[in-house]
Design a protein around this ligand. Sequence first.
Ligand code: GTP
Ligand code: MG
Length: 205
Amino acid sequence: MKITSAEFVCSNTEVAKCPGEPLPEYAFIGRSNVGKSSLINMLTERKSLAKTSGRPGKTQLINHFIINKDWFLVDLPGYGYARTSKKQKARFQKLIDKYFTQRTQLLAAFLLVDIRHDPQPIDLDFMEWLNGKSIPFSLVFTKADKLKPGAREHAVKSYQEKMKVRGWVEMPPYFITSSSKNLGREELLAYIGGVNRAFRESGKG
Ligand code: GTP
Ligand code: MG
């Protein structure tokens, strides 16, 4: 899919105030600093559409971006940053919970994980939570540039093995990406294009 336009729409602390148009929507979620905002910039080829930072906890709101005037990408605050205050953690958790529970436009989530790390309990819990809510999700392995090409598939296999131990029988689709090296862009956009088409053909869009 070709991206012809990508624009920031709004930032919200309240799900009820998010855009009302019934357009297909995709959300990026994962631990703080995993690379959610960077991936949005890589996909849209806009350097600073979403705000990124070397320090965790940069994205604090629900950020909507409209792509090709036709579908939304959503940048969410990360979870699991140890140095966030208890109060802030509770606020983020409530926001994320509400977002995934109330956003009927959401067609799929992308759960980002760092390709260098084993599955973290917080990510496994979040996958189970999404599954419990019947929200389709894909795994996006980020920062693949930090591993040699040969080590990437191995890291994914090892990750999947550990998911199996946690009871996952069917693996979600996955993508290997690097925002700094533009890796995985075509695959992710093709996937979104396919989901958009299926949604429109279903007569719901
Ligand atoms: P929060 O908004 O805090 O939840 O973080 P985030 O998940 O949006 O992460 P962000 O995109 O701000 O990136 C965090 C850090 O990781 C930044 O220093 C990025 O430059 C770096 N980063 C993101 N993606 C990649 C990547 O593919 N490769 C490398 N090497 N670094 C990356
Ligand atoms: Mg961010």
